[in-house]
Design a protein around this ligand. Structure first.
Ligand code: FES
Length: 157
């Protein structure tokens, strides 16, 4: 973990506006931004820990805990909301047995909201790891969850 953080710092530390690229790099490498990284990042960028923490918590994209083996994002932006995304999200929480930003008990899936996946014309949409799916019904959601491989997906941002 330390190595991934140091790699991100070495790559972006001297770039203007380095904080976001560093956070993205760390999350791409580890799947999340470990709380232990906050101090190193703050020190390298001459920021306070509170400033780094504030950016991590401001953006929905960043995670502070290790995610499950698959990331399932359900779009909750306007077009998807108009096509039943709230009900779909409720179904996802119930069927997976975890709430928003939570992980299933077996560590298989982390459920997250997303705010537009670029498939507004085919809503509601979800993304599983790095693949988007359109016109999702509860039945399609369940079928996709049932077909998820048990192995680790590529770590995704
Ligand atoms: S609003 Fe859901 S994909 Fe754009």
């Amino acid at each position: 973990m330390k190595q991934e953080i140091q790699n991100a710092l070495a790559k972006y530390q001297d770039v203007p506006g380095a904080l976001l690229p560093i956070l993205h790099e760390v999350q791409d490498a580890l799947g999340y931004v470990p709380p232990e990284a906050v101090g190193d990042i703050a020190k390298a960028l001459n920021l306070s820990r509170a400033e780094v923490h504030g950016v991590i918590t401001y953006y929905h994209h960043f995670r502070s805990e290790s995610p499950g083996r698959h990331i399932v994002q359900v779009c909750r932006a306007e077009a998807c909301q108009a096509m039943g995304a709230q009900a779909l999200f409720n179904h996802a929480e119930a069927s997976l047995g975890c709430s928003s930003h939570g992980t299933t008990a077996d560590g298989r899936v982390t459920l997250e909201p997303a705010y537009c996946l670029g498939l507004c014309a085919c809503s509601p949409a979800i993304m599983i790891d790095d693949v988007v799916y359109a016109r999702i019904t509860n039945a399609k959601f369940d079928a996709l969850m049932g077909a998820l491989p048990l192995t680790q997906a590529k770590v995704s941002s």
